[in-house]
Every structure is written in C-alpha cells, then in structure tokens.
Design a protein around this ligand. Structure first.
Ligand SMILES: Cc1cc2nc3c(=O)[nH]c(=O)nc-3n(C[C@H](O)[C@H](O)[C@H](O)COP(=O)(O)O)c2cc1C
Length: 216
C-alpha cells in the first residue's frame, strides 16, 4: 500500500506543517505503507488554466490534466496511490497558493460535469488534510476557517473518498520572536504551547497516518 503526502508550506524542514506530515507518514509506515513526501515548493507548476481539455467529449482518457509541468508526473502517480495526505499552512484563511494550485489540478480532471456528479477517479481511496495556523482554536468559527476547511474536505471526499481533517492551531511562527516584529503575539505563550501542545499534535498526526494507511 502506498501513501503520498504533499507539503504545501514553503518551509520545507522542521517547521509545523512538514513536521506533522512526517509524523503522519511515520504512522502510515508503521502500519506497513510505503510513503512518499512531495515538497510542492520544489516544483514549478500552475493551477488549473481552465482549458477544459479534461471535459472534452473527444478526450482520449478520463481524469487527465492537459497542463504539462512539474506536477504532471506527480498527478500520473496519484492514479495508482492508495491514500493522499495534504498538509498546508493557512494563508489568509485558506490553503497556501501552491496547495490551492495542487487541489485545482488534482480534483478538476476527475470532476465529471454530469447530472450524477460521479467522480471520474477510478477507485475510492483515503485522504487527509492537515492545516497549521497561527490563530487559536476559539477563532476558527468566527473567522470562517472551519467553513473553508469543510469545503475543501468535501471536495476531496467527492472526488476521491473519505477525508480526515487535522487542525493544528496557535503554531510557533518564528524560531526567535525577538528578531521579528511580533508584538501582537504573546511570545512566551507561543513557546510554551510549542513545547507542550505541539508534541501532542504530532502524536495526533502519527495516529492519523496509521488510520489512513489501515483504511487504504
Ligand atoms: C503569507 C502568510 C499568511 C498567513 N495567514 C494566516 C492566516 O490567515 N491565519 C492564520 O491563522 N495564520 C496565518 N499565517 C501563519 C501560518 O499559517 C502559520 O504560521 C503556519 O503554522 C505556518 O506553517 P509552517 O510552519 O509549516 O510554514 C500566515 C503566514 C503567512 C506566511
């Protein structure tokens, strides 16, 4: 069984999103999965260009994005994977730009414009979304983040299969808060939370990885 994960943070090492993804993949590997982490910010690719090649009646194959760039071979491999885990920081209340571009290219070719809205993806697979963000849990509803997360979750469910959501809030943003303009944050509280709560978030990510792999 194969699990593909995507890091939608430009911070590729040791930071919040990639750390949680690595934990999730360790969990998946402990359940016997072969795992792969794709760094989106190492790839040169665009979002959907609205060419509608994937909707042409004369198309040769279903579910193929016509755009040729670094994402093309990755999307080819998605066809054969057993599970997908997408991790992203929240940027302005949504996924990072590269994650949005991935989601468009990943989902739209399988989005059948038929009355039954049936997905063109040939199988049902497990998926998961991991979001990391500065704000605390208590603000998710007020800011409308939970609504946005649920829209993306529903898209993955519709196109691919079950989707589990993991939210990691109130993250550490800088290694040394004294070097950055950051008066709006309670620096000590951030550092304390990172030491005390983030390890628990990592454990939750590990367990998510186990579940994703076992249900694949
Ligand atoms: C351009 C930018 C926009 C951001 N917008 C938000 C936001 O709208 N809400 C939020 O809670 N955090 C926001 N953040 C903070 C990040 O989501 C947060 O620090 C995240 O955990 C970073 O993940 P990383 O450590 O994996 O890079 C933003 C950060 C950047 C760089």
């Amino acid at each position: 069984m194969n699990v593909m994960a995507f890091n939608g943070s430009p911070r590729k090492k040791n930071w919040n999103t990639v750390t949680l993804l690595n934990n999730a993949l360790e969990g998946a590997a402990s359940a016997g999965a072969e795992t792969e982490l794709i760094q989106l910010y190492d790839l040169n690719f665009s979002g959907c260009i609205s060419c509608f090649s994937c909707k042409k009646i004369s198309r040769e194959k279903d579910g193929v994005c016509a755009v040729q760039d670094d994402l093309t071979s990755v999307l080819d491999r998605v066809r054969n994977t057993d599970a997908l885990i997408i991790g992203t920081p929240v940027y302005y209340g949504a996924e990072s730009a590269s994650t949005r571009a991935l989601l468009e290219r990943l989902c739209f070719p399988y989005n059948k414009y038929s009355k039954d809205r049936k997905s063109l993806f040939p199988r049902r697979i497990s998926t998961a979304l991991i979001y990391t963000m500065n704000v605390g849990q208590e603000l998710l509803g007020t800011l409308g983040y939970d609504r946005h997360f649920s829209i993306t979750k529903t898209a993955l469910e519709r196109h691919f299969g079950t989707c589990e959501l993991l939210l990691c809030t109130d993250t550490l943003q800088f290694d040394d808060y004294s070097r950055y303009e950051s008066e709006m944050f309670d620096r000590e509280a951030k550092i304390k939370r990172h030491a005390e709560v983030f390890p628990e978030d990592c454990r939750r990510a590990f367990d998510l990885g186990v579940r994703v792999a076992l249900s694949a």
